[in-house]
Design a protein around this ligand. Structure first.
Ligand code: URP
Ligand code: ZN
Ligand code: ZN
Length: 469
């Protein structure tokens, strides 16, 4: 099976040129001017950009959390991702306390197998790290192709781990090249602040933000970096939301520490005023870390522009407003933490980044596809447009306008954080391993076509590549 995409403008993290792309089976076999191949399917991409498929390295599908479970499963969540131009996700498998890591990973394989519509991989959330789990971590890295782990300084009693466990995991990371992803917020202090406010009868959604101050995040980031330095390992900070935390990353990077960090669209486009919406609507934005005052947004864009933040992921963790967010009607601390976004990332970042003049077209590709692939061991199979790479491609119309709405989105959740926002530039056609999966506004693949991607560990080479950006 051959497909020829003609006349498109190919944008990678470093290139920008007009050429045709020939796809044979699942990979790109040739890129050149005026390619003429008989008998193949032709897609005309005149006046369109061709980007590598988006890679979202932070999603929570079918995740038990906050007394309920995230509303998108692997079928609905990956299909919605495809509509938004994302062709690979890295989701979080969870080791609940007392469970073996391998068993936990198997459980997540069962959730995704025969359901995922795009390619996927897993990070593994480690909540319990005894000697047997340390052994298992090595096996998982060597045999399972799962080369990154998430640990939490937040959510005591649920996912929280102590600093000793973090040090043990980071020492293993130093040994093996695996990467520790850190939810860096001081959850112990946050719980004290939450209790103080609940005692005063402060129960509405806005207290979610008030009880998780920027200093709790900055302290977590600082501690994560210090532990990484002691363990001689790199560290990846997830969902960084504020300037105070960014400054810690910048200082460390200036000292040559291998710290990487992502931010998410919600921290670039939404702010803490959203918590003041009436009728409990502020609960829609109860996600962690919380939305911050608007003044942080320019700082985050600066961090993206100058390479201190290397990735934009979504932290897609949807809960319906009705019945799920409502679990916290009388107590903000019981509102399930998380928000939807996997479908909107590419269009939002193109519109708010490229169209708004904040980042270049090449940076758009770096932040949404190439850097995630490099940092998480999928490059050059994923994250670029090159001969031999998977033909994961987006044909993008820069002139098309689209209004974001829960009425038309494909995520299984009853609201959209960006309801009514008009974006210029829109994903039109999506190919995943050479197969057209999104065309004319509909999903064209079969359910379960997505493959599990075994990832490599971060080599010194890929790390320095990521640092060059
Ligand atoms: O609010 C969030 N972010 N929910 C998902 C869990 C996490 O901390 O990433
Ligand atoms: Zn987190
Ligand atoms: Zn998350």
């Amino acid at each position: 099976m051959q497909t020829l995409i003609k006349n498109g403008r190919i944008i990678t993290a470093c290139d920008d040129y007009q050429a045709d792309i020939l796809i044979e089976n699942e990979t790109i076999s040739c890129i050149g001017k005026n390619l003429d191949v008989k008998g193949c399917k032709i897609i005309d991409a005149k006046d369109k950009y061709i980007f590598p498929g988006g890679i979202d390295v932070h999603t929570h599908l079918d995740m038990p959390f906050g007394g309920t479970a995230s509303s998108d499963d692997f079928e609905s969540g990956t299909k919605a991702a495809a509509f938004g131009g994302t062709t690979t996700i890295v989701d979080f498998a969870i080791q609940f306390k007392g469970k073996s890591l391998i068993e936990s990973l198997d459980e997540w394989h069962k959730k995704a197998d025969k359901r995922a519509c795009i390619d996927y991989s897993f990070h593994l959330i480690v909540t319990d790290l005894g000697l047997s789990q340390v052994k298992e971590m090595r096996q998982i890295i060597d045999r399972e192709g799962v080369t990154s782990f998430k640990m939490f300084m937040a959510y005591p009693g649920v996912f929280y781990v102590d600093d000793g466990s973090i040090y043990r995991a980071m020492s293993l990371s130093s040994d093996t090249g695996a990467l520790i992803c850190m939810h860096a917020e001081n959850g112990i202090v946050i719980n004290e602040i939450i209790n103080e406010h609940l005692k005063l009868g402060h129960t509405s959604p806005k207290y979610h933000a008030i009880t998780r101050p920027v200093l709790a995040e900055a302290e977590g980031v600082n501690r994560a970096i210090a532990i990484a330095q002691m363990a001689k390992s790199p560290v990846y900070i997830v969902h960084l939301s504020c300037y105070e935390a960014l400054k810690k990353v910048q200082e460390a990077r200036n000292e040559g520490v291998m710290v990487y960090a992502e931010t998410c669209p919600q921290y670039l486009f939404l702010d803490d005023e959203y918590y003041n919406q009436e009728n409990f609507e502020g609960a829609k934005y109860v996600l962690t870390p919380p939305l911050r005052p608007k003044c942080h947004q320019d700082k985050l864009w600066h961090g993206l522009n100058y390479g201190d933040l290397q990735v934009i992921s979504t932290d897609h963790c949807p809960f319906c407003f009705k019945e799920q967010k409502e679990l916290g009607l009388n107590d903000f601390s019981k509102i399930p933490n998380g928000g939807p976004g996997v479908e909107n990332r590419m269009n939002l970042i193109y519109n708010g980044g490229v169209v708004a003049g904040r980042i270049s077209l090449n940076q758009f590709v770096q932040l949404t596809s190439t850097n995630p692939a490099k940092i998480f061991g999928m490059f050059p199979q994923k994250g670029t447009i090159a001969v031999g790479s998977d033909a994961d491609l987006i044909i993008f119309d820069p002139t098309l306008k689209h209004t974001i709405s829960a009425k038309t989105h494909h995520m299984k959740v009853d609201y959209n954080c960006y309801e009514g926002k008009e974006v210029t530039g829109c994903v039109e056609t999506v190919l995943s391993r050479g197969e057209v999966i999104i065309q004319n506004g509909s999903y064209q693949g079969v359910i379960g076509r997505g493959n599990f991607i075994k990832r490599k560990v971060m080599t010194k080479y890929s790390m320095s590549q990521a640092q060059l950006i």
